[in-house]
Ligand binder design. Structure first.
Ligand code: MN
Ligand code: FE
Length: 368
């Protein structure tokens, strides 16, 4: 029984018994180069995520930046507020590309299942749209492109986060790397957790809070709207990632040892500290509605929620989000004006509601 149903030899063209049985599909360790036998589906969730992603199409240039430009050029923002926005853009403008690179250079090669690959292709495009968003913001506001896009080389707390992620991509790109061994699978799972759970599920969320806090004050609303779209995409990336990781573990339960779980917890501890250091750097004096203490709580709060979704125990014990308003942003379908200006009719939004505020961690929307 093989998940790819194809050996290295030329097939016997009369052997219909070689037709794929979806039950034999596996997420990893099938042939990396083969036709994409998408149907019959086995991993319906991956296909659903693909459809969900496609239903959320958007382009940054559809959002007007006129009011943002006026505000940016006026004296309505304090030096501390400008510093935070610049460092936020400095992180996101290049972090999105790291996620895209990791999909193409590291994940796609090893996730050999067609349904999951279909989603990964969609996600890679979304990451390009996100990078495009930062180009558009920088250009609209007339920011120094070289300053923003080089910030990871100039601001230590950004460098450290990027370095943390790039190391995980490098591990998979090592020519000797393979998922044929349990250690290989563990290294691969670490990469998936590092990107889906930590980068997209933790680092990005505190970045969303920073920018969306301005939208709450009716400031920088164009960037705010773009961040709402990005947040919607990222919540799906995160949910897909969690599903992928949990299913790979289910198919390879021997890799999920106590020792490995401990290693994952340490990875997340490290990431939480990196994110708090970054918040400190962005907000040395705090601004209206935000300070470093709140970010410490928020990062630990969402880290706990992510751990639970990976089947691990919460670790930091922060039970309430210091930014309860994020729950409303997550539930965009209740904001009736949100998509009013859009030509396209969107499907109901499916956010996992645990990411910012209340709610539980189910992925109910997938089945609705
Ligand atoms: Mn993204
Ligand atoms: Fe993403």
């Amino acid at each position: 029984m093989s998940c790819c149903n194809v050996g290295d030899q030329r097939p016997d063209f009369h052997d219909l018994g070689k037709r794929i049985n979806p039950e034999n599909k596996r997420l990893i360790n099938c042939k990396a180069v083969d036709v994409n036998q998408l149907m019959p589906l086995k991993y319906h969730w991956a296909w659903e995520f693909y459809l969900k992603g496609c239903a959320n199409n958007w382009m940054p240039t559809e959002v007007s930046m006129q009011r943002d430009i006026e505000i940016w050029k006026s004296n309505r923002l304090t030096a501390d507020e400008r510093r935070m926005i610049m460092r936020n853009l400095g992180f996101f403008s290049t972090a999105e590309s790291l996620v895209g690179n990791n999909i193409v250079l590291a994940i796609f090669r090893h996730v050999t299942n067609p349904e999951a690959r279909q989603y990964l292709l969609r996600q890679a495009f979304e990451e390009a749209v996100h990078t495009h968003t930062f180009h558009y913001i920088v250009e609209s506001l007339g920011l120094d492109e070289r300053e923003v896009f080089n910030m990871y080389h100039e601001v230590n707390s950004i460098y450290e986060k990027d370095e943390f992620e790039m190391k995980l991509t490098q591990d998979i790109m090592d020519p000797n790397f393979s998922t044929a061994t349990d250690d290989g699978i563990r290294t691969f799972i670490k990469n998936l957790i590092g990107f889906y759970v930590i980068m997209e599920g933790i680092f990005f969320y505190s970045g969303f809070v920073m920018i969306l806090s301005f939208k709450n004050r009716a400031l920088m609303t164009g960037i705010g709207e773009q961040f709402e779209y990005i947040l919607r995409d990222e919540s799906i990336h995160l949910s897909f990632g969690i599903e992928l990781i949990n299913n790979i573990i289910n198919e390879n339960p021997q890799v999920w040892t106590d020792e490995f779980q401990q290693e994952i917890l340490e990875l997340i501890d490290h990431a939480v500290e990196l994110e708090i250091a970054y918040a400190q750097d962005c907000l040395p004096n705090g601004i209206i509605g935000l300070n470093v203490g709140m970010f410490r709580d928020y990062v630990q709060y969402i880290a706990d929620r992510r751990l639970v979704r990976l089947g691990l125990k919460p670790r930091y014990g922060v039970e309430e989000s210091p930014f309860p308003w994020m729950a409303k942003v997550m539930d965009l379908k209740k904001e009736k004006n949100f998509f009013e200006s859009r030509v396209t009719e969107y499907q109901p939004l499916g956010f996992e509601s645990d990411s910012a505020g209340g709610g539980n961690s189910s992925d109910d929307w997938l089945s609705s």
